[in-house]
Every structure is written in structure tokens, then in C-alpha cells.
Design a binder for this molecule. Structure first.
Ligand code: PLP
Length: 384
């Protein structure tokens, strides 16, 4: 075994990606140009949504999403504590209130039952929306969440940052791709290098609503539009119709996104092969994320649970294996603690956090590297 460090995640960039970026650098557009549009079209075709809006990262995408859905100061939104902080922060950007519902202890994703309990414990109209997260790549059953959301007049933003290429099967047995917009109002993807598709920074927002699409596109560029105005006013004329942002993705990042997207199915397949090898090695010995029937986990992560988590983390690190913890529950972060979440009753999330550890999971992980990781995890488990 070489003494190379094995990270928990790593981007995969090949010559085709490099050539695509170089070609775009030599073309006319650096920022928003034809490659952005091509990326949007290919991405929406890939997930099966009507529309897609490319943005400079998923955090911006989440911000635009809550704005497009009309979030006002004081509005209450439910999300999971086991996610990256950005899933909740988007609500705070608009001075909304974040409410956490607990996770399911076996799938680690936002529990439908706990969400329902929380909603039903409050008067009608108390909440405005739900932000479920396809945690680790495991698709949330959005059909079930849609039923609940419809009963209470809530919108849904699917945080699909971990799950491009994942799907669940609905009650009719139909494959529902993450981000296809059939049940959620909006979905958001990230192209940070540890995620499936690497653009350096980048994100994509998908929706099936023309109205939301127009709003997202307008807010991405300062709230400024020129459409159909030149005839009346002159070629220079534009209007700023809303207070928007500059959340654009560049053309050369989009060129990279296009070639990366083309490799995503192969990457998801490889991730699932890696997951199967882990599961076979750990079956009956260690707990790992449970997969509901008919679901394809896109496997951004492979999470196991162990009692002596810190010891395992340190032991792996000594052996050059850089595992990671996903996540410190969001309500435990100092910013949220100061907002008053000390009393939050989220036992499953806190229990999970005490034991979870993410093992190396990325398409270019070699067989030898994975065997070494498994050997070290088992060695640790046998000795403790
Ligand atoms: C990575 C991530 C984000 C934020 O993505 P950026 O592109 O880095 O802004 C949001 N939500 C989840 C669940 C993520 O994993």
C-alpha cells in the first residue's frame, strides 16, 4: 500500500474536461454565454425537469429559491438538522424562521412522520414550506411529502445537492429522478468539487413552473431584464424590476459542467459498486444507511455508524485515510444555538451525530484503496 492520503471525496477531471474549458476560454464569452444555456438544457433533460437555471453555487440557488417562492421575514420553514448549514441558512437570509424536524434513524433523511407531527402540532398556516434533503445521495420520497405539503398549503424545495442521478419509485412504480420537479416546486444541485459534478463552484436550480423559472432567472442577474424593450426605448435600455443579485455561473465553468454531467451516470454506477463492496464487508458488523426499496442512492457519501467514532476517525487518519463527519447537526452550530435551539428535541439526529462517519466514496477510488479502508475499519472494530 502506498502512503498516499485517501480523502473521503475527490473530483474526477479528465482530458475531455480540460479541453472543453480551454476551448471556451478561447471563445467569445467568459461569463454567461452559449455554454450556460447548453448546460441548463442538458441538465434539465438529464433530470427530467422543464426548466433549469445555472447559478454560481448551490447556496445562491437556495437563496433564489426561497425568494422566488416569496419567503417573507418571520415565515417558518421546516428542514432536517442533518445537512450542510446552507439548507437552513437560505431561510435566515430572508429573516425567516428555521424549524427542524428529526431524521429517520435508519435512512438518516428528514422523517415524514416527524415532519407531520410538527406541522400538526401547530395551527393551520403556521409553516410556509419544507426543505427536505436527499442526504448522502438517498432520494427523499417526495410523493409522500407532496401529499403532506398539499394538505397544509406548503411549498417544497428539494435540496438535491447530494443526489444528481438518484431516483425513487413512486406509488405507481414510476421512476422519479431527483430534481425532476414532479413533486417539489424547486430543486437545487451543487457543483462543488466534492459533489458528483465539479465546476469549481457552481449550482443548478430546476423547476417545472414557468413563473418560478422567470423569477429565478431575473433574480440571478440583479433583477434586470432587457426583454422586448429595445423597440420602444432604444438598444441600450434595460429595467431593474426587482432587487436581485449577481449569482451567475461562467461560460467556462458551464463547459466543464457539460462534460462532467456526461460522466455522471457512470460515476453514480461506480459509487454504487463501491457501496456494495462496503456493505458486503460490513454486513452484520456495522450499521450503514438503509435503502428503501426501489430507490437508487446516488451515493455522494457512504456513512457508517460506530460507537467509538472519534477513535475510528483518528485511527483512520493515522493510516492516511481522511474520513469526514456529515454533519454536525445544524441546530448545534453556535449561530443557531444563539438563536435559541438549545431545547430542540432532535434525539435521532443527535444520536446519529454521535456515531456517524463518512468513508472514502468517489468514482476514482481504486480497489486496493477501498480494500485498505475496509481492512482498517474492520481491524478497528475487532479491537474495540
Ligand atoms: C454542498 C451543499 C450545499 C451548498 O452547496 P454550494 O454549492 O457549496 O453552495 C447545500 N446543501 C447541501 C446538502 C450540500 O451538500
Amino acid at each position: 500500500m502506498s502512503n498516499k492520503i485517501i480523502p473521503y471525496g475527490r473530483q474526477y477531471i479528465d482530458q475531455q474536461d480540460i479541453d472543453a474549458v480551454v476551448q471556451t476560454l478561447k471563445a467569445d464569452y467568459l461569463t454567461q454565454g452559449p455554454k450556460v444555456q447548453e448546460f441548463e438544457e442538458k441538465f434539465s433533460a438529464y433530470v427530467g425537469s422543464k426548466y433549469a437555471v445555472a447559478v454560481n453555487n448551490a447556496t445562491s440557488g437556495l437563496h433564489l429559491s426561497v425568494l422566488a417562492l416569496g419567503l417573507q421575514p418571520g415565515d417558518r420553514v421546516i428542514t432536517t438538522p442533518i445537512t450542510f448549514a446552507a439548507s437552513a441558512n437560505c431561510v435566515r437570509y430572508c429573516l425567516g424562521e428555521v424549524w427542524f424536524a428529526d431524521i429517520d434513524p435508519n435512512t438518516y433523511i428528514l422523517s415524514l412522520e416527524k415532519t407531520k407531527e410538527l406541522i400538526e402540532s401547530k395551527p393551520k398556516g403556521f409553516f410556509k414550506g419544507i426543505i427536505p434533503v436527499d442526504f448522502a445521495g438517498l432520494p427523499v420520497n417526495l410523493e409522500a411529502f407532496r401529499v403532506l405539503a398539499n394538505e397544509h398549503d406548503l411549498w417544497i424545495i428539494e435540496d438535491a445537492c447530494h443526489a444528481p442521478g438518484g431516483f425513487f419509485k413512486d406509488s405507481k412504480g414510476v421512476k422519479q429522478n431527483c430534481g425532476n420537479g414532479n413533486f417539489a416546486d424547486i430543486a437545487v444541485f451543487s457543483f462543488h468539487p466534492v459533489k458528483h459534478i465539479a465546476c469549481g463552484e457552481g449550482g443548478m436550480v430546476t423547476t417545472n413552473s414557468k413563473k418560478l423559472y422567470n423569477k429565478l432567472a431575473l433574480l440571478r442577474t440583479h433583477g434586470i431584464t432587457k426583454e422586448k424593450m429595445a423597440e420602444n426605448h432604444g438598444g441600450w435600455y434595460y429595467e431593474m424590476q426587482e432587487l436581485g443579485f449577481n449569482y451567475r455561473l461562467t461560460d467556462f465553468q458551464s463547459a466543464l459542467g457539460i462534460t462532467q454531467l456526461a460522466k455522471n451516470d457512470a460515476g453514480v454506477q461506480k459509487r454504487n459498486e463501491i457501496a456494495t463492496i462496503y456493505k458486503n464487508a460490513f454486513d452484520g458488523i456495522l450499521k450503514y444507511q438503509n435503502l428503501p426499496k426501489g430507490t437508487l442512492n446516488a451515493h455522494h457519501l457512504f456513512v457508517i455508524e460506530v460507537e467509538k467514532r472519534k477513535e475510528l476517525y483518528d485511527f483512520l487518519k493515522e493510516n492516511g485515510i481522511y474520513s469526514q463527519i456529515h454533519y454536525i447537526p445544524v441546530h448545534k452550530l453556535p449561530y443557531y444555538q444563539e438563536l435559541g435551539y438549545q431545547e430542540a428535541d432532535l434525539k435521532n439526529a443527535e444520536n446519529y451525530y454521535g456515531k456517524c462517519i463518512s468513508l472514502p466514496m468517489f468514482p476514482s477510488l481504486t480497489k486496493e484503496e477501498q480494500e485498505f479502508v475496509i481492512e482498517k475499519v474492520l481491524e478497528f472494530s475487532e479491537n474495540k
